[in-house]
Design a protein around this ligand. Structure first.
Ligand code: 1GP
Length: 249
């Protein structure tokens, strides 16, 4: 079963997934071991690997280290075309559908397509939507796009609907790493009821309560990076909150 089939099957079954984001730029060697150990103990479903900048050459090292120490699938979440590696299992092929920057809607994809066509990576086409998280984020600056305003649920909803109709396989709504305000449950609910494809939510999630509220609102995959970098012990609590949230209520 491909990872995408696994995610869609989980969605059908009402099971929620938890992904830990590791930014190779920020990783500290001692701390990575701790994160990996906690992730295995907490039965984390995926590692998302990526960041908006690449200031070091840690990507392959991080991927190797994860592979040596865990069986958790590694999904690349690239901030740019340099963040590609055959050592991962899959790639979020992101089109920034909340923005109007042609390079990030289709341009970079044309450049990387031949490389990806030959690669063993599972390619998951994903509509990426940046939502205003109350602070100017790296993604917003680097992508030269405006995020969707945090209270404009209708814009988020119609953007996600258009992404699904264009054939994208997942929607990733992101308030950006370290966002002050995570995406509201109202917005998550509006979007999740409007689409049938899996919905990934990340950016500024710091507590198990917020993670649980998000899955109850319709998120299928919760992504946490920043809070876990600061306190790897949060992995267990958030993982439990995501996996145990009763979505049938
Ligand atoms: C960022 O969605 C991810 O792209 C995760 O955000 O680092 O704030 O958890 P945080």
């Amino acid at each position: 079963m491909s990872l995408y089939q696994e995610i869609t099957q989980a969605k059908k079954d009402g099971k929620k997934k938890f992904a830990v984001l590791i930014d190779p730029d920020k990783v500290r060697l001692g701390k990575l071991d701790q994160v990996l150990k906690n992730a295995v103990d907490a039965e984390v479903d995926y590692f998302f690997i990526g960041g908006s900048l690449i200031v070091n050459n840690m990507l392959d090292m991080v991927l190797e280290s994860i592979k040596e120490n865990t069986k958790i699938p590694m999904i690349l979440f690239p901030g740019n075309s340099f963040q590609l590696s055959y050592k991962a299992d899959a790639l979020l092929f992101l089109s920034l559908i909340s923005g109007r920057n042609a390079e990030l809607l289709i341009g970079k994809h044309v450049i990387t397509a031949p490389f990806l066509k030959m690669s063993p990576l599972e390619i998951m086409s994903t509509g990426y939507m940046l939502i205003d998280g109350g602070v100017s984020t790296t993604v917003s600056y680097m992508s030269n796009t405006n995020p969707i305003p945090a209270t404009k649920n209708d814009i988020a909803m119609t953007t996600a609907m258009a992404g699904e109709m264009l054939g994208l396989k997942m929607i990733y709504m992101d308030a950006g790493s370290g966002a002050r305000d995570a995406i509201s449950t109202d917005m998550i609910e509006s979007v999740s009821t409007a689409i049938d494809i899996p919905l990934i939510i990340g950016g500024g999630i710091r507590t198990p309560e917020k993670a649980a509220a998000n899955v109850r609102a319709g998120a299928d995959v919760i992504v946490v990076g920043d809070a876990i970098e600061k306190d790897p012990n949060l992995i267990k609590e958030i993982s439990m909150a995501v996996h145990e949230a009763d979505v049938t209520v």
